[in-house]
Ligand binder design. Structure first.
Ligand SMILES: CSCCC(=O)/C(O)=C/O
Ligand SMILES: [Fe+2]
Ligand code: NI
Length: 224
């Protein structure tokens, strides 16, 4: 039996029309996270690291593409982070027992110049890097599977998790200020391992989970 439905303009719709329209409606609904988190491929210029460094033309990267690299993100209520039930749920589900605040500006960050320089050295950590921007903004750059740089702009309300073992770096943007909450499971370890550190178990696990897995997935897709 065919179900025909009449839309507002009186032309009957087939089930295929309805499905297509639903797909269009769902895909055109904007992901609210994009208000506070945007990602794009970077150009190769050596200009000021605090500039956006878009390619020409711009090449944006979706938050779903970032998730395929293990980079997770949320939009949260930054004005009420002390009482936010959504943040509480994430902390509990992911076992974050440690929390502190990191403010990046000369007045608040000891050894500011040296830290700024070190943040922008390409490195990895043996644990997740979890940052929740509650004021200001900044760029977290991550390597994609082909070693291209993806710049992730995190603004007030944006929370990001970089998986253990991903090569990345951080810089302030032109606003020159960020206030971020940092979370950790257990006693925090902030040690950066500057590239190359490919032999570390955390790096090898990352490659297995997010680099090689994708190669296998694409091979399966191609064979299907
Ligand atoms: C806004 S947090 C400062 C950057 C940082 O902590 C880090 O580890 C960058 O990789
Ligand atoms: Fe880091
Ligand atoms: Ni893929």
């Amino acid at each position: 039996m065919h179900v025909h439905q009449a839309p507002c303009d009186g032309i009957p719709q087939t089930p295929i029309d309805i499905t297509i329209n639903l797909v269009i409606m769902v895909s055109s609904v904007k992901d609210p996270r994009e208000e506070v988190l945007q990602a794009w491929y970077m150009d190769d210029s050596d200009e000021d690291q605090r500039l956006p460094h878009h390619k020409e033309p711009k090449e944006f990267v979706s938050l779903d593409q970032l998730a395929e690299l293990g980079v997770l993100s949320w939009k949260l209520d930054a004005d009420n982070y002390e009482t936010d039930p959504e943040l509480k749920k994430i902390r509990e589900e992911r076992g974050y027992s440690y929390q502190d605040v990191c403010e990046v500006c000369p007045e608040k960050l000891p050894n500011y110049e040296e830290k700024i320089k070190n943040f922008f050295e390409e490195h990895l950590h043996t644990d997740e890097e979890i940052r929740y921007c509650v004021a200001g903004s900044g760029y977290f750059d991550v390597r994609d599977r082909n070693d291209g740089w993806i710049r992730v702009w995190v603004k007030k309300g944006g929370m990001i998790i970089l998986p253990a073992g991903i090569y990345h770096r951080f810089t302030l943007d032109e606003s020159n200020y960020i206030k971020a909450l940092r979370f950790f499971v257990g006693e925090p370890i902030w040690t950066p391992y500057n590239r190359p550190h490919d032999h570390l178990p955390a790096r090898q696990q990352y490659v297995k989970d997010f680099v090689e897995k994708d190669v296998v997935n694409h091979a399966v897709d191609a064979a299907a």
